[in-house]
Design a binder for this molecule. Structure first.
Ligand code: PHE
Length: 346
């Protein structure tokens, strides 16, 4: 019968076309042409009226068979195309897990801050408080109250960075001494350290820098003697550099301490025998210290008949250089990551 043949022919054609499909767009066009409501296959049923009654069941079945089989093939094709599309995408986006990753390098603490932390910890354990100083000072605090005479060479433009009038970049953290003593309106004992930067008009070389750090220490109380100073510094040096370190006090001069000393530590490299680091002497200087000059106590409101004290100033870079065998002070401020990586601190 023609209509049944025709139905089969539509089915054949649909199947052949389906074979040739490769993309989702083609698939949509196929669906519209054959399977959609107004597509060729569903409209075949419209021919029912023209079919003799006894063949209607056969015709109906033929149309249904065509619809079912084409639908099935269509779904299979659709799954195939989607699978191919996914595989293509996966292949394109393939991640090569053998490629080296991008590493993030962690930050490092400058050994300079490591030393400040260590020194601070040692003095905190001894009951000192930590004071915060200021980088910009007045002539009064940096010099006058520290008994630095008007004609002292350190006041010279050659040695000090002046800002305006008598404002300057402090040349020593000792300025914090005067601040602390004057701040204490009711005069009470003082145990203070003050870490901070100091500035001098030095030409930079491997042991001099225009900017460096010091840790100032100040103790004021009744009956403080040079024995207390020596014992304190000895304890500090042994905690900082190890039990085997010896210290030596050499007589020196600072306008704000009387008597004044410079403190040397036995050389870490040769244990005092003499080497190139300690220039053959067996000792390395790390700090200046002394008994607070009575004139300074008086200017800062502490009656020297009742009070006495000691002060010291530790050179932070010097300690760091000794501790880690660093040969050039400029490394501390050059911000070379390779230098920082060499001294990874906690
Ligand atoms: N301020 C002195 C210096 O910079 C060090 C020092 C501090 C000396 C305290 C004595 C007392 O060299």
């Amino acid at each position: 019968m023609d209509l049944i043949e025709n139905t089969k022919e539509v089915g054949q054609r649909a199947k052949q076309e389906l074979e040739k499909l490769h993309t989702a767009v083609e698939l949509d066009a196929f669906f519209a042409k054959f399977l959609a409501k107004k597509g060729e296959i569903p409209t075949l049923m419209g021919n029912m009226k023209a079919v003799p009654a006894e063949l209607r069941a056969t015709f109906g079945k033929a149309v249904n068979d065509v619809r079912t089989s084409v639908n099935e093939l269509f779904e299979r094709k659709k799954a195939e195309i989607e699978k191919a599309k996914l595989e293509k995408k996966l292949a394109e986006e393939k991640i090569d897990i053998t490629l080296p990753g991008a590493t993030l390098s962690p930050g490092f603490k400058n050994p300079y801050y490591g030393i400040i932390d260590e020194v601070t910890d040692i003095f905190l354990q001894m009951g000192y408080e930590v004071a915060e100083g200021r980088d910009v000072e007045t002539d009064r605090f940096n010099f006058e109250l520290l008994n630095v005479p008007k004609d002292h060479p350190s006041r010279d433009m050659q040695d000090t960075f002046y800002l305006i009038d008598d404002l300057l970049l402090r040349t020593q953290t000792s300025a914090a001494q005067a601040h602390k003593m004057l701040e204490n309106e009711v005069k009470t004992p003082i145990r203070m350290i003050c870490p901070g930067k100091a500035y001098r008009r030095d030409d930079d070389d491997n042991t001099h820098s225009h900017q460096f750090a010091q840790i100032e220490g100040l103790v004021v109380d009744h009956n403080i003697s040079i024995a207390n100073l020596k014992a304190t510094l000895e304890l500090f040096v042994k905690k900082m550099f190890g039990e085997k370190r010896e210290i030596r006090l050499r007589s020196s001069y600072f306008p704000f301490t009387e008597p004044s000393v410079e403190v040397d530590v036995s050389c870490f490299a040769c244990q005092g025998k003499g080497c190139s680091i300690c220039k053959g002497t067996g000792w390395i200087e790390i700090l200046g210290a002394g008994m607070v000059n009575p004139k300074v106590l008086e200017m800062c409101g502490y009656d020297p008949k009742e009070w006495s004290g000691f002060a010291f100033g530790v050179g932070v870079e010097r300690v760091a250089m000794l501790r880690y065998g660093i040969d050039d002070i400029r490394r501390f401020y050059q911000n070379d990551i390779r230098f920082l990586k060499d001294y990874p601190l906690k």
